[in-house]
Design a binder for this molecule. Sequence first.
Ligand SMILES: NC(=O)c1ccc[n+]([C@@H]2O[C@H](COP(=O)([O-])OP(=O)(O)OC[C@H]3O[C@@H](n4cnc5c(N)ncnc54)[C@H](OP(=O)(O)O)[C@@H]3O)[C@@H](O)[C@H]2O)c1
Length: 281
Amino acid sequence: MNQPNESTQPKVAFIGAGNMGGAILRGLVKQGYPLQTLMATGRNEAKLQALAQETGVQVTTNNQQAAAWADILVLGVKPQAMQKVCVALATTVQQHQPLLLSIAAGLTSECLLGWLGGELPLVRSMPNTPSLLGVGVAGLYATASVSPQQHAWVEQISQAVGQAYWVEEEQQLDAVTAISGSGPAYYFLFTEALAVAGEKLGLSPELALQLAKSTAAGAGKMLAELADSPAELRRKVTSPGGTTEQAIQTFVNKGLPELVEAATQAAAKRAVELATALKSS
Ligand SMILES: NC(=O)c1ccc[n+]([C@@H]2O[C@H](COP(=O)([O-])OP(=O)(O)OC[C@H]3O[C@@H](n4cnc5c(N)ncnc54)[C@H](OP(=O)(O)O)[C@@H]3O)[C@@H](O)[C@H]2O)c1
């Protein structure tokens, strides 16, 4: 990436810089994004001062001030808090017309724009928790009025904490939620199950857990860094008649692919239900 330059960088304000907003903000700081072009808001003055000390960004408890200043306004509060925050910002954002970037799970563009007083350029992002370590992956959806320049800005911001991919249809974000948003927990569950299985095979709980965790991390690194597809990587460690083949056949015969499909369908369905509940609350 080119070194960010203060004169060409848009001003980015985070309305709420907790776990996820804070991770993206720290990612931008780490990449050398000019501190004068970053601002964070919150309700707790002490937490904000600690953030300012740590990162050097500007902080305020005044959301209006941030909204009037920013070219990009990242909506980083919890979904349950979003309506109140957006309604209070409506007049300011309608006047200043910043690009809105919502990282809130579930809340649709229609719902957010309704609270924000009408049409504005808006991008919805569905990040995931590995963003906290800079290795996240996010799905992005842009409403029709987002310009090519604003698309590029959002990509730059999202890539500060990992990778980002656009989806064409807003409802595809429910699938993104089911695959990558909730996905880290699936790998954690599998790792837990593998550790328990190790204990049943006679290992100490500590060693079983360490083996399961390190194997997940190693396999993840191979997936991330090697060009082979997951199926190719699997085939390479599965010798005919060997031990891995026995385990893989058992997974397939007992319905692992169907189970994964059912689990992700359930997650996507829940994403729709939660969005509907938040919209009508
Ligand atoms: N964490 C994840 O893995 C994840 C994944 C995908 C999407 N998301 C989305 O990210 C958003 C934030 O989640 P989170 O986990 O980062 O929550 P969080 O850690 O609780 O952060 C929320 C932040 O919002 C601030 N805030 C609350 N009310 C505010 C207000 N009226 N004005 C300004 N700031 C306010 C809070 O600051 P104070 O304490 O000072 O009030 C806090 O720093 C959610 O919408 C969630 O759906 C999170």
